[in-house]
Structures are given as structure tokens and as C-alpha cells.
Design a protein around this ligand. Sequence first.
Ligand code: NAD
Ligand code: DAU
Length: 354
Amino acid sequence: MKNILITGGAGFIGSHVVRLFVNKYPEYRTVNLDKLTYAGNLENLKDVEGAPNYTFVKADICDFETVLNIFRTYGIDGVLHLAAESHVDRSIKDPFTFARTNVMGTLSLLQAAKECWKGNYSEKLFYHISTDEVYGALQFDETLFTEETKYSPHSPYSASKAGSDHFVRAFHDTYGLPVIITNCSNNYGPYQFPEKLIPLFINNIRSNKPLPVYGKGENVRDWLYVVDHARAIDIIFHRGKIGETYNIGGFNEWKNIDLIKVIIKTVDKLLSRAEGESEKLITYVTDRAGHDLRYAIDSSKLKNELGWQPSLQFEEGIEKTVKWYLENQQWLDSVTSGAYQEYYEEYYGLKDKK
Ligand code: NAD
Ligand code: DAU
């Protein structure tokens, strides 16, 4: 049996990765380590929580002794590290938390892997899930980010992710730790916390609340359906080359305002409102500080070397996503009210261990 540690498995992308591993690999034990911050929600994993090959451990990745103990207790031989503070706006208000979790937390996991594996690296892997934001911002006429693009992070979030990537590489170069890093573009899909653009706007449209568009809405992001990201992670975890970086993206660039109009059109259609009715909710607000103009990923290396490409067309993915949020209004209500944390602390008997 392989013992796989997935950090941040109660979050948005992590929950899709946990689900995929638990269902696809009954021969592995999947250990989900998550602190359950505001972004962690065990309700995302209701369908796998009783599986015999799944274990949840509530812990903070920054707590080195606890992390080391988890490595030893479960004989961890593969790490998929997703736990992080992930929202750029929060990083602008509170950079310390981002440096702590993203940099020190990653360092704590690396050090635990190194101490536990003791130089015996056969069949071992430390895989860090990172972001395209470490590359900085593109102008409209620039070519896409490749694996060779120099790091140039601008926000406290991307600076902290760049710092964590550098530590991962340093552990490979200095101690020979077997590592892989992937840098992915913007994800969308079910279970995303409604502070991020797509779920926030779906939620606001359904409740007839203003849609806060930063600046002129001209910034560009490259969108990928989260299940396609999880599929890429699975392929890279099993067949990626040690020491390599892979970019993951959908070749799917959208100007924010155009994307917002697609979301409005889709929600209006599914709620049987007149076409474009909710465009009146668009409200231009002060721009995000240091707002990166454009991200766009060249994922040809991953396609050419490992055969991965997105399976879903964007229009299909957006329709699926909007439908999911509208059909799961209880999930949205529970995360916006904060009720989800109470319920699961009770369920897992975690209340006293806070
Ligand atoms: P998320 O915010 O939805 O989830 C993060 C998870 O990490 C939560 O479950 C949270 O409880 C957990 N966590 C936070 N601090 C922790 C700590 N100290 N110890 C243990 N657990 C902790 O994030 P996401 O959007 O799913 O992103 C997952 C990873 O993928 C992150 O590393 C992020 O940088 C990266 N990424 C995200 C995107 C995207 O579009 N969302 C794109 C590229 C890369
Ligand atoms: O590129 C990958 C990154 O994508 C990940 O590493 C991050 O974890 C993830 O949060 C995401 O970062 P962004 O800042 O691009 O995502 P966000 O959903 O916050 O914003 C998307 C775009 O929409 C961005 O240009 C800012 C804009 N925006 C966002 C919000 C929340 C608005 O105009 N209004 C909003 O209310």
C-alpha cells in the first residue's frame, strides 16, 4: 500500500484531488491533513468520508512536530501539498498569515519529509501545487508563461507562493529530495469558496446583490475546470519527472467583464430571468491594489510529455458550474453563514481539540 498525504484536502481543489485518489486508488491510503480554516469544509468530502482508504487529520502544516508525527504514524511516501492561504485580496490585508502558512508551512512539510525519508528516496515524491501568479503579469501583446519564465510575483499571495516554490527547489538541489512543482492557472467549478470571482458572482446574481467589478474589468485570467486540474495532478504525480516543473492551463483566456457577462447570461437562463436582466447588478469598484493585468499559461510541455489536455470546453464547464451552485444552494448558504464549521467540528468530535 502507498500512503499518500494530501494537504489542504478540505479546500476547493484539494477536495477534488482527495475524491479522485480515494475513488481511483483503493490500494492507497489517502490521508487528508487540513487545519480547517475558513476555506476548509469537510462537507466538500461527504461522499468519501466513510471510505476505508480515507483518513482525515485536523492539523496545522506549520506545526512541525505534529507534521513529523503524521509522516511517521502513517508511513507517508507521497505528498500532494495544496494547503495554503489562497485569496489575493486577503493577502493584501494580512500578508503575515500568507508568509506563515505558505512559506513556513511548506518548509515544515519539506523538513518532515526529509527527516522521515532519511535519504531513502526510492518510490517517494513531494509534489507542490503552485500557481501561475508567481510569474507576475503579462501585457496584452506578450506571449504566454512557460516553465522558463522568470519569477516576478507582485502580490503578498504570489510572493509567498514563489517563496514556497523556491524552498521546494532548494530541498531538491541541496538534499536531493524528490520534488515536482506545478504552476496552474485560475480554477473554477464546484466547492469553490464564494470569495473568488465565479462563485461570488453566481451567489450575488441569485440574491440580486451588486457584482463588484475591480477597475474597468479588463484584466485577463486563463480559466481551467477544477476536475481537469485534478486529472493533471494525478497524471503528474504518477508519471511526472522528478525535479521538473509543469505548467497547467486551459489555453482559455477571458477578460473579466466578458466572463462576467457569460456568467450573468447562464444564471439568468437557468433562473428563467430575461436574458441580460442581471447586468444591472454590475458595479465598477476601486481596483485591487497591484492588480496583475493578465495571466496566460502555455501548458504544451504537459501535453507533449504526458498527454494531458483539458477535457471540457469552457461554455460547458461554466454551465455545469452554475448549475451546481444553483442546485446546491444549501452548500452556498452554509458557507456564507459559517454554519459548515460548527456542524463538522461536532461530527468529527473536533470541538474539544481546537
Ligand atoms: P482553498 O483556499 O480553497 O483551500 C485551502 C485549504 O488549505 C483549506 O482547506 C484550508 O483549511 C487549508 N489550510 C490553510 N492553511 C492551513 C494550514 N496552516 N494547515 C493546514 N491546512 C491549511 O485553496 P484552493 O483554491 O483549493 O487552492 C489549493 C492550492 O492550489 C493552493 O496551494 C493554491 O495556491 C493553489 N492554486 C489555486 C488555484 C485556484 O485557482 N484556486 C490555481 C492555482 C494554484
Ligand atoms: O491564477 C491562479 C490564481 O487564481 C490562484 O493562485 C489563486 O489562489 C486564485 O485565487 C486565483 O487568483 P485571482 O486573483 O486571479 O482570482 P479571483 O477570483 O480573486 O479574481 C479573478 C479576477 O476577477 C481578478 O482579475 C480580480 C477580479 N475580481 C475578483 C473578485 C473577487 C473582481 O473584479 N471582483 C471581485 O469581486
